[in-house]
Design a protein around this ligand. Structure first.
Ligand code: AHR
Length: 498
């Protein structure tokens, strides 16, 4: 949709309190997620050693190169819902001998297990990310989970460690993060919170630290606003966990039976999508309030290990593959979520976009040997400046953006200072048609980039030059003690002190 031009400029100001220092933005907030779902792992990452697509030990090189550019700190695998039906021993040993099972959650397709533990660890090493493995509580045993961790991390002369050696890996891997089940309130076993909390305690007890490896154990957390789940988990199992997850997806309609299309939408769906994205702030605030009662020192992190847009599957695609296109709207959704995570950096210690390739709000789309970097990818690339930086407190005065009786802020901002002392400000202009003038105080000379497009649903396509890419931002006018930024409508701008 190409909006009509609107000449009225929104007027906003942002006062930075640069003398105050906020929490550190955990680099892990910039984490990603790869599930055995549709064409994420299969084709999107794994093509096999015999493929005509350029690869290193079966892992496609173009996708690895693109991910390396983002400084991906952590990668979650193998699911998602798939994790609670994944039996890790199916994914080791000679590939041609690995069992073929049915992926019951995602399209009923055959899972070949050609991409297993060794291949995942290889992927992490190729992109430089820490592995975050999600274990099987729903249909797996305690012994199976215990042996998997031993297989991956033990240097002993034990049967599991020797099996790993026999399969080609002499040294144990470092495994810093382990999830004890996924969505155990639904696809992970339809459990009640009390039952899962007890099971979490039981399974987590046997996720051991071998040979100097220290595993950070995460419990399965709530879906959206299920505050009762958080309350029960914190009460029964809070002291046994280092992190509690939260899953929240943005649906344009808020209705799972008709979510909305990934392209071809108008301003109403643009607005509703951004409005529903901002709900993330309320969710984190309320889950944090509950966690604060049980864990006032904030030892337990909130791990938003699934977030992003979820649209109706692209027509003509397997509905179980969750393939959707990715537009300028997704770029704004990504930036808003990241801004919200920064604002809650004291509690949010990790977040993982769903998902890395070809599924939901993907960073990267592939079709055979072709690859496209999505608008979401570009936001992650622009926002790298915030990884590991300290939040700089600010006050934002912004006009509203109202449509059909629903009101959201027109601008949304985050500010941080890097360990090297450089201040960066990222601003989202949510308004579909109006530019905004943002007066920023207490900042030195700035330079930056902007991501925008002529149409609300502009996307980057196979076989066409990309149309949604960041370009140099020419909307900076120095002012006394600061600068005035002219933000185009529907844009993401990142500026950094020169
Ligand atoms: O990301 C897709 C699916 O969404 C995951 O498998 C599941 O955890 C969630 O419901």
């Amino acid at each position: 949709m190409v909006p009509n031009a609107d000449t009225e400029i929104l007027d906003a100001r942002c006062t930075l309190f640069t003398e105050r220092s906020g929490a550190t933005i955990a680099a892990n907030i910039y984490g990603h997620f790869a599930e055995h779902l549709g064409r994420c792992v299969q084709e999107g990452i794994w093509v096999g050693e015999g493929s005509a697509i350029d690869n290193v030990r079966g892992i496609r090189s173009d996708v690895v190169a693109a991910l390396k550019q983002l400084n991906v700190p952590v990668l979650r695998w193998p699911g998602g819902c798939f994790a609670d039906e994944y039996h890790w021993k199916n994914g080791i040993g000679p590939r041609e001998a690995r069992p073929r099972t049915i992926n019951t959650h995602w399209g009923g397709v055959i899972e070949t297990h050609h991409f297993g533990t060794h291949e995942f660890m290889d992927l992490c090493e190729q992109i430089g990310a820490a592995p975050y493995v999600c274990g099987n509580v729903g249909s797996g045993t305690v012994e199976e989970m215990m042996q998997w961790v031993e297989y991956m991390t033990s240097a002993a002369d034990s049967t599991m460690a020797n099996l790993r050696r026999k399969n080609g890996r002499a040294e144990p891997w470092r495994l810093p993060y382990f999830g004890v089940g996924n969505e155990n309130w639904a696809c992970g076993g339809s459990m009640r919170p009390e039952y899962y909390a007890d099971n979490y305690r039981r399974y987590a007890t046997f996720v051991k630290d071998y040979s100097g490896n220290r595993v950070t154990r995460f419990a399965c957390g709530a879906a959206g606003d299920d505050y009762a789940w958080t309350e029960t988990l914190m009460k029964i199992a809070g002291r046994y966990m280092a992190g509690l997850s939260l899953h929240y997806y943005t649906l344009p309609s808020g209705d799972w039976s008709k979510k909305g299309a990934s392209t071809g939408f108008g301003e109403a769906e643009w607005h509703s999508t951004l409005r529903r994205t901002l709900v993330m702030d309320e969710l984190i605030t309320k889950h944090t309030q509950i966690m604060d009662r049980y864990d006032p020192e904030r030892r337990v992190g909130l791990v938003v290990d699934e977030w992003g847009t979820w649209y109706d599957t692209e027509p003509g695609e397997n509905p179980g593959f969750l393939y959707q296109r990715n537009t300028l709207r997704d770029a704004l959704v990504a930036a808003l979520n990241l801004n919200v995570f920064h604002a809650h950096a004291e509690r949010v210690t990790m977040a993982n976009l769903a998902q890395a390739v070809n599924v939901l709000q993907a960073l990267i789309l592939t079709r055979g040997e072709k690859m496209v970097l999505t608008p979401t990818y570009h936001v992650f690339e622009m926002y790298r400046v915030h990884q590991g930086a300290s939040v700089v407190p600010f006050e934002l005065e912004t006009p509203s953006y109202a449509l059909d009786g629903q009101v959201i802020p027109a601008l949304h901002v985050t500010v941080s200072r890097s360990p090297a002392g450089k201040l960066s400000l990222s601003a989202v202009n949510l308004h579909a048609t109006r530019a905004a003038s943002l007066a920023v105080s207490n900042v030195g000379p700035l330079e930056g980039r902007v991501l925008t497009a002529g149409a609300l649903d502009a996307d980057n396509r196979f076989d066409e030059p990309p149309s949604v890419v960041p370009v140099a931002f020419d909307g900076i006018v120095p002012a006394k003690g600061g600068a005035v930024l002219t933000l185009p409508p529907r844009s993401v701008v990142v500026v950094t002190e020169r």
